[in-house]
Design a protein around this ligand. Structure first.
Ligand code: SF4
Ligand code: SF4
Length: 362
């Protein structure tokens, strides 16, 4: 087992560890009073007090990579080093029979107490023979491990809803965890899942000893309660009917909407516009790529770069309106939630215009 004190000294100062705990409190919508409890929860994980068993199925391991690339690497390593003590196929030092024995022992020793994290979809065709680990099917491994888990957490869109392994025509009949084992599964989708979503959800479970509030797709509301489109920095472009028609295009005086390039922001729920990725650097739409809806059960839906039905209709109406010499808003075509964001979108547009004026951009 790792020495927490030594790890803290080596990788992360006590001060930044507490700061990280405060960030976790904020992301969960909790007051500063919870900071010491959150710090204790993370330390508890790192000290092996909270056993976690992490299984990998049909996937690319991208969610583990995303987690390990958390912008607080000291904390991620701290937690992952310890998780590997129980079972984590990618990160544990053991392999072969020794690794499988470690899993059996962990499931027996921590019966009813461990958090089971599943990364990857479960192939179910022919009783799951298309994904086997240590001679057992992944399907049977997950079913067995879930039987005695305190909580089951599906990390990434593959484990949550099937994701890319389940894309049409899905020859191995991959499914998400909840569709195979039933019961309550906390889904943390994303391709990959954001490291904050993973750490925040596990800490929330440890703090309150129950799963956080979930939406209809089993996703924690603190991270998946907001529509991308409603919070999009390009929403002004949408309202003005100004669409990017080819990648790399820049429109005068406005950040053009990516809707014509297949953006799925209007049907996607995640906090990417606020949380951002890569240590708060950016997110897909702001980096001039359409949202692919990677956190939704429908992901991946092809063709990726064709406008979705709702937006195609809006674009058509918008262009017809502009042909007639008037520009109006069609927010109602995407439902009430969208209409409420129109004022904010205007603010984004005008803020962008002001910034350009200041910089002397035409
Ligand atoms: S369609 Fe996409 S780019 Fe356009 S405003 Fe909505 S979320 Fe933003
Ligand atoms: S913006 Fe869309 S595609 Fe990009 S990470 Fe967020 S949900 Fe996934």
């Amino acid at each position: 087992m790792i020495d927490l004190a030594r790890a803290l000294r080596k990788d992360i100062s006590r001060r930044s560890f507490i700061k990280y705990s405060a960030t976790l409190a904020a992301m969960l919508g909790l007051s500063d009073a919870f900071v010491p409890k959150i710090a204790a929860a993370v330390e508890g994980m790192a000290n092996g007090k909270q056993p976690v068993i992490w299984l990998h199925g049909a996937e690319c391991t991208g969610c583990t990579v995303s987690f390990a690339n958390s912008h607080h690497p000291g904390v991620a390593e701290l937690v992952l080093d310890t998780l590997s003590l129980q079972y984590h196929e990618t990160l544990m030092a053991a392999s072969g029979h020794v690794a499988e024995k470690a899993l059996e022992e962990a499931m027996t020793r921590f019966k009813g107490k461990y958090i089971l994290v599943v990364e990857g979809a479960i192939p179910v065709k022919d009783d799951g023979i298309y994904c086997r680990i240590g001679g057992k099917t992944f399907k049977s491994k997950v079913e067995e491990a879930a039987t005695n888990a305190a909580y089951v957490v599906a990390v990434g869109t593959c484990a949550s809803f099937g994701g890319i392994p389940a894309a049409d025509p899905n020859p191995t009949q991959c499914k998400g965890v909840a569709d195979v084992i039933g019961g309550t599964v906390v889904n943390i989708p994303g391709c990959p899942a954001h490291p904050d979503w993973i750490v925040g959800t596990i800490v929330s479970i440890l703090l309150f000893n129950k799963v956080p509030e979930l939406d209809k797709h089993g996703r924690p509301m603190p991270f998946f309660g907001k529509q991308i489109h409603e919070n999009c920095p390009r929403r002004g472009g949408y309202e003005q009917g100004r669409f990017i028609k080819k990648f790399g295009e820049e429109l005068p005086n406005i950040e053009g909407c990516m809707g014509a390039k297949g953006c799925r922001g209007p049907i996607t729920y995640a906090d990417c516009p606020h949380r951002l990725w890569n240590a708060g650097t950016n997110f897909c739409i702001a980096a001039s790529a359409p949202c692919a809806g990677c956190v939704e059960p429908s992901f991946p839906k092809l063709p990726l770069y064709e406008p979705i039905e709702e937006v195609a209709k809006f674009i058509e109406e918008s262009e017809a309106s502009q042909d007639q010499g008037s520009i109006s808003t069609f927010a109602a075509s995407l439902g009430g939630a969208v209409a409420g964001a129109a004022a904010g979108a205007g603010a984004v547009y005008f803020a962008g215009e002001k910034a350009r004026e200041k910089e002397g951009v035409e």
